[in-house]
Design a protein around this ligand. Structure first.
Ligand code: ADP
Ligand code: MG
Length: 305
């Protein structure tokens, strides 16, 4: 894969953006910061009854692939929403390239989101549009580029994911693996500095999974972007990430480190996580009455635990 296929022409990289609503302040980027995103003691709940993330602190390094791994419902997508400024944290700060995200500042959000590419869980493509028009969508929405240039960029992005030939197809005509790659081409259409992937491997067959994983790594390295992968697929994430964070319920960090460090860990909870063992510190069984009691057997053996 050649670099030129992935990077838009210089004119597109500095494309004439539509003006954001309201005034837009300067970007105060700290010099020499290796951190693109900082989650600083963030606590969040959708309502006051339940806290989803509690006092979570994390840093995502610039130019690297970081994976946040955790079981369903532990708050991974919620974390992406907080970074995207969809919800405000109840307490703590989310800092994007030195700027504290303020969900009430629509001009800031517009500016920051313009620097962010998002691969939504299950792709979220427009099924009645062609492959080409799906990838062109953010370019048409967010820029005033002439259609001829949009065409070149779309074909470049599709080429980067190996699907230039599929441009005229309808989304309803492509396979699940292709759809994921099209969503990826759309996520990188505007040359984002941060690409966030929500469950990029979910529902894919093994080959498509391998293709998607390799693409995430390659796109990160070739474009110089920072990638954040949220997933429960351990082997794929271990294979492509520079840094892995293991997250448990409540946004508790079980462990973090390089894939090699985590694979070598002797901590029982980490081992259960990275090896996918059904039982360990995280129990297979949800807390329940004794099995004999539930089945009316009167034998308090506790064998079902
Ligand atoms: N919009 C919402 N409103 C209320 N609760 C939500 C909302 N989105 C997610 N949740 C709840 O928050 C918890 C974490 O969800 P989520 O971040 O989607 O988990 P994950 O992506 O790790 O599977 C879940 O219990 C989920 O039911
Ligand atoms: Mg999720």
């Amino acid at each position: 894969m050649r670099q030129s296929f992935l990077q838009a022409p210089a004119s597109a990289r500095h494309c004439p953006l539509r003006q954001p609503p309201g005034p837009s302040g300067p970007i105060a980027r700290p010099l020499n910061s290796d951190t693109l995103i900082e989650i600083d003691r963030v606590t969040f709940g959708y309502d006051e009854r339940r806290t989803i993330l509690e006092n979570l602190s994390l840093r995502f390094a610039r130019g690297k692939v970081t994976a946040v791994l955790g079981g369903s419902g532990c708050g991974k997508t919620t974390l992406l929403r907080l970074i995207g400024g969809v919800h405000p944290a109840n307490s703590g700060r989310v800092v994007f390239d030195g700027e504290v995200i303020d969900t009430h500042d629509s001009a800031q959000l517009y500016r920051l989101r313009r620097r962010l590419g998002m691969l939504f869980q299950f792709g979220a493509l427009f099924t009645d549009l062609t492959v080409f028009d799906n990838v062109a969508y953010p370019l048409r929405e967010m820029t005033d580029l002439p259609e001829a240039l949009i065409r070149d960029i779309v074909l470049m992005k599709l080429n980067a994911v190996g699907l230039r030939g599929a441009a005229p197809l309808k989304i309803s005509e492509v396979s699940g693996g292709m759809a994921r790659r099209i969503a990826l081409a759309r996520a990188i259409a505007l040359d984002p500095e941060l690409i966030m992937y929500d469950e990029p491997f979910a529902g894919l067959d093994l080959i498509s999974m391998g293709v998607a994983a390799k693409l995430i790594r390659t796109l990160n390295d070739v474009t110089g972007a920072t990638s954040l992968v949220i997933s429960h697929d351990v082997p794929e994430c271990m294979a492509i990430s520079d840094h892995v964070v293991l997250l448990a319920n409540g946004g508790r960090i079980v462990a973090q480190g390089t894939p090699a460090e985590l694979m070598a860990s002797t901590d029982p909870e980490v081992r259960q996580f990275v090896r996918g063992e059904p039982d360990g510190p995280v129990k297979f069984h949800y807390p329940a009455p004794d099995i004999a009691e539930d089945f009316g057997l009167g034998l308090a053996t506790g064998a079902g635990r």
